[in-house]
Design a protein around this ligand. Structure first.
Ligand code: PLP
Length: 281
């Protein structure tokens, strides 16, 4: 596989990053994951907007122009023959002698790589996934897409140890924030789509934005507010959204089936509508 490091396209085994890189020492870096369908990037403009927001919040410089980033993403997709999959990009503050204070005028590090994987014919989307609830022990700026992902990794492992696919995380008041790497939704028995409102508590998902726009156009009712695990257990449907899984049915929470334990009608409709738009650019 060819990867990208600071302007160079090299075989992955030849790629080098400094041991002093602050991404490595402090998780002082941000990232984006864009999906690829039919060899083309999906909603990459949205990911670029969020990348700049993350960089600004951390007073971090952009490594190069958006046009250069996108050209490199496209070259990687072509060089690695990616038809369906992901492009990962990460910007860190750069390498400097270890010091908590941000160094001035360091050159940011930019790395990118691709992952080929089937996204459309995903059997998990036919059956849905199960989640368990766990406390949200992440830091207080979850709106910034940083590479500090240790707690989501731990939560995912704990979910798997409990026989589930993923964890839905809960704030101190017992309300669900989001999944380990996705935004969480229910559809109530009255057909209302409920998802937590945007704040520092959750990542502002690019797929979330697109799916809510699609839902509004389809005249579906939406409430952006916190919801509890009990509401999930009483819901008609549940699902999550992310760039890599699109709209994914959730059919079980904490060992209990949601409705009949099968993917819901509105969930499937939103998945189909989202994929259609994603494929047509
Ligand atoms: N929430 C978290 C914590 C995430 O890590 C992600 C994506 O990786 C999302 C939500 C979904 O965001 P997007 O739709 O932009 O992929």
């Amino acid at each position: 596989r060819i990867v990208y490091v600071n302007g160079a396209f090299v075989p992955e085994e030849d790629a080098k990053i400094s041991v002093f890189d602050r991404g490595f020492l402090f998780a002082d870096g941000v990232y984006e994951v864009s999906s690829v369908l039919d060899g083309k990037l999906v909603d990459n403009a949205g990911h670029m907007v969020r990348l700049h927001r993350s960089l600004n919040e951390l007073d971090m410089a952009a490594p190069c122009s958006d046009e250069e980033i996108e050209a490199a993403q496209i070259k990687l997709i072509q060089d690695n023959h990616v038809v369906e999959g992901l492009v990962y990009l990460q910007v860190t503050r750069g390498a400097a002698d270890r010091d908590f204070a941000y160094p001035k005028n360091v050159k940011p590090t930019l790395v990118m790589f691709t992952q080929s994987k089937p996204l459309l014919n995903d059997p998990t989307a036919d059956n849905g996934i199960s989640v368990v609830t766990l406390p949200d022990l992440r830091w207080g700026r979850r709106d910034i897409k940083t590479v500090g992902l240790l707690y989501p990794c731990m939560a995912k492992m704990e979910a798997k140890a409990k026989g589930a696919n993923d964890a839905w995380l809960m704030d101190d008041n017992g309300f669900i924030t989001e999944g380990t790497s996705n935004n969480a939704y229910i559809v109530t028995k009255d057909g209302i789509i409920v998802t937590r409102q945007l704040s520092n508590d959750i990542l502002h998902g690019i797929t979330r934005k697109a799916v809510l726009t699609i839902a509004k156009k389809a005249n579906l009712k939406i409430e952006e507010r916190p919801f509890t695990p009990a509401e999930v257990q009483n819901a008609q449907e549940a699902f999550f959204t992310s760039a890599s899984a699109f709209v994914m049915p959730v059919v079980k929470i904490d060992g209990q089936d949601i409705a009949n334990g099968k993917p819901g009608r509105i969930t499937q409709q939103l998945r189909e509508m989202y994929i259609k738009i994603a494929q047509n650019g």
